[in-house]
Design a binder for this molecule. Structure first.
Ligand SMILES: Nc1ncnc2c1ncn2[C@@H]1O[C@H](COP(=O)(O)OP(=O)(O)OP(=O)(O)O)[C@@H](O)[C@H]1O
Ligand SMILES: [Mg+2]
Length: 214
């Protein structure tokens, strides 16, 4: 089943970042987007995940045109179906890691999965304040928070940027298992070609174009 379909997306800030970018994502599929710093990867992810409106083009998520969607429906879609793991973690800083997960638990009405916390190796520090955790632990808490929601589409921007190679691979395996078990899909932005090659498809953002390289 198709989860995401983007057609002819164009976007500029001070200058044109890219034009006529098209992309499709199906259930159980993972797509990696690579490209040099400043090429517009994060911006493209923001367009695909409804955080930003493109200058032109179409974005369809779960069969619905998101650019035509009413604000209330759009916020329900974001809350229940989209999982965003971004470069900065946006965890609630005054809360413990567990309290951050409880926010997802309440909003999405899904249970916190203790096995997930063990798998991410954060079970032992889950009751500490977010500010007392290392960067890599915070990153894994934000991944746990997103997966707790049971999203249909995961948008991940360098989700393993603060992790050592072995832990990064573990986290990627967890994502792939999640996609299979939950009929979900993932768009991953990464600098790491090894991680990109673990995905089903790789696209490179280069010279204002998105080109499939695998
Ligand atoms: N909100 C904004 N307003 C103005 N310019 C922006 C904005 N967001 C991004 N840009 C510019 O757009 C370009 C692409 O930024 P983007 O963050 O998408 O790149 P990226 O490929 O994700 O880079 P990196 O690999 O370093 O994360 C940059 O030149 C950036 O300065
Ligand atoms: Mg970026």
């Amino acid at each position: 089943m198709n989860l995401l379909s983007a057609k002819n997306l164009s976007h500029s800030f001070d200058y044109e970042l890219f034009s006529d970018v098209s992309l499709k994502l199906n259930t159980k599929e993972s797509i990696a987007i690579i490209g040099i710093s400043g090429s517009g990867k994060s911006t493209l992810l923001h367009l695909l995940s409804t955080l930003l409106k493109p200058d032109s083009g179409e974005v369809t998520l779960l069969g619905e045109d998101v650019l035509a969607m009413k604000p209330k429906k759009l916020s329900l879609l974001r809350r229940n179906e989209l999982g965003l793991v971004f470069q900065s973690h946006y965890l609630f800083k005054g809360f413990t890691a567990y309290e951050n997960l409880e926010v997802s638990e309440i909003l999405a009405q899904e249970k916190i999965d203790e096995a997930l916390l063990k798998r991410l190796d954060i079970a032992h520090c889950i009751h500490q304040k977010v500010t007392e955790l290392s960067g890599g632990q915070q990153q894994r808490v934000s991944i746990a928070r997103v997966l707790t929601k049971k999203p249909s589409i995961i948008f991940a921007d360098e989700p393993t940027g603060n992790l050592d190679t072995a832990t990064a691979h573990e986290v990627m395996e967890l994502f792939f298992e999640y996609l299979q078990a939950n009929e979900a899909g993932m768009v991953l932005v990464t600098h790491d070609e090894t991680l990109a090659h673990m995905c089903d498809k790789i696209y490179r953002l280069e010279n204002k174009e998105l080109i499939e390289v695998q």
